[in-house]
Design a protein around this ligand. Structure first.
Ligand SMILES: Nc1ncnc2c1ncn2[C@@H]1O[C@H](COP(=O)(O)OP(=O)(O)OP(=O)(O)O)[C@@H](O)[C@H]1O
Length: 359
């Protein structure tokens, strides 16, 4: 998967900008706030149809403008592909592939395989379980459309069931038949989600551990465990046995929407006991494992975005990361860094062919 050119109009701080990329390594360098991360985010937008950093779509339009356009020309399996993401204030976002707008954005998921490694990944460690669920969901959905369909359906029924529980709290009555239908449907989709998350993690965790070991040279024992209510029984019986609790809480307290990933270092939570460098290595290993998994499933090398990853890592770990991405396993790589000299030194070790954009 190669991004050949990228054109931006009114995207964040870019009024009008065209990039012509190298097929291997591209670096955005410059002072704080010049737009290095924004350039990576524009590329992310083409793959995921949204920003990695700002969930409020309108805030990606340049201040003072009323639209943005991100336009990318790719080569995938020797075919040219043109993806455009555009947004105009007051209108719906449009994603087009080769001139044709998608009816459903979920149809675009996975078409441009891409992995980003960024300081913002820290949310995976420090924030709530929803960020970790989003991470697994996003990885599985790249190669499993029925999973994404089940997830969308599950979330829709979940909000309907929660609305029913709220209705009960206000009126002290509700339609038990409707609840039974919601329970059945949640059980069907929830079981599929659980089985697929479980199967995915069985493959993913060993890849992740290998990656961490390679970065840290085995100095510490890390682990990642899947936590789910569904290990305690089937969802239908859990929903039934928790009904009184759910009525009191006015929401559904058990199910796949409560799943989590537990991250540990030497058996202690990494959030509290991991150093900044260890946490960073953990996240990089997680993302490189995502890369490996997507590549294995799709047969295509995802585009790799490395946002500011060289800070806070000792030279040893930087060298390890460089040696890891320094092989044919990786395709096109985009790097952002504040230090042009440091970037050039590192990049030269990875590959002879590269482009440096001073923003
Ligand atoms: N919608 C927008 N319109 C105009 N400018 C914006 C918009 N959103 C963000 N910016 C600007 O983009 C700049 C930040 O860009 P970005 O995060 O890409 O910086 P960076 O070069 O990666 O910096 P750092 O080295 O600090 O990470 C800020 O100056 C911010 O004001």
């Amino acid at each position: 998967m190669i991004l050949n050119t990228l054109s931006l109009v009114n995207y964040k701080n870019f009024e009008s900008q065209v990039f012509d990329f190298d097929s291997k390594i591209n670096c955005f360098v410059g002072a704080n706030g010049v737009g290095k991360t924004n350039a990576l985010d524009a590329i992310y937008h083409l793959a995921y149809g949204k920003s990695y950093f700002n969930p409020i779509a309108l805030q990606n339009i340049k201040h003072g403008s009323d639209f943005f356009v991100v336009d990318g020309h790719f080569t995938k399996n020797e075919r040219k592909e043109k993806i455009i993401v555009s947004l105009k204030k007051g209108q719906k976002k449009i994603i087009k592939r080769n001139g044709k707008a998608y009816d459903k954005f979920s149809d675009h998921v996975g078409f441009i395989p891409l992995v980003i490694i960024s300081p913002a990944d820290r949310d995976l460690i420090i924030e709530g379980s929803d960020t970790r669920r989003k991470f697994i969901d996003s990885v599985i959905s790249q190669s499993d459309k029925p999973y994404l369909t089940a997830l969308i359906a599950y979330n829709k029924i979940l909000s309907q069931r929660n609305a029913l529980l709220k209705f009960f709290a206000l009126n002290n009555t509700f339609n038990a038949d409707t609840l039974a239908i919601y329970n059945e449907q949640l059980n069907t989709y929830g079981t599929e989600i659980f089985e697929k998350r479980n199967a995915f993690l069985k493959i993913f965790i060993p890849i992740f551990k290998d990656r961490y070991e390679a970065i840290s040279q085995s100095k510490e024992a890390i682990d990642l465990k899947y936590k789910s209510d569904l290990f305690d029984g089937n969802l239908l019986s859990l929903l039934k046995s928790n009904l009184n609790k759910d009525k009191a809480l006015q929401y559904t307290s058990v199910g796949s929407h409560k799943d989590d990933l537990v991250f540990t270092i030497d058996e202690f939570p990494i959030k509290k006991f991991g150093s900044q460098g260890q946490q960073k290595s953990f996240l990089i290993a997680l993302k490189l494992a995502q890369f490996d998994f997507i590549k294995k499933q799709s047969g295509v090398s995802p585009i790799l975005l490395l946002d500011d990853i060289f800070d806070k890592l000792d030279e040893n770990r930087v060298a390890q990361i460089v040696s890891l991405v320094d092989d044919d396993h990786f395709g096109q790589i985009f790097i952002s860094d504040t230090h042009a000299d440091r970037t050039e030194t590192i990049v030269k070790q990875i590959h002879q062919s590269y482009k440096l954009y001073k923003l």
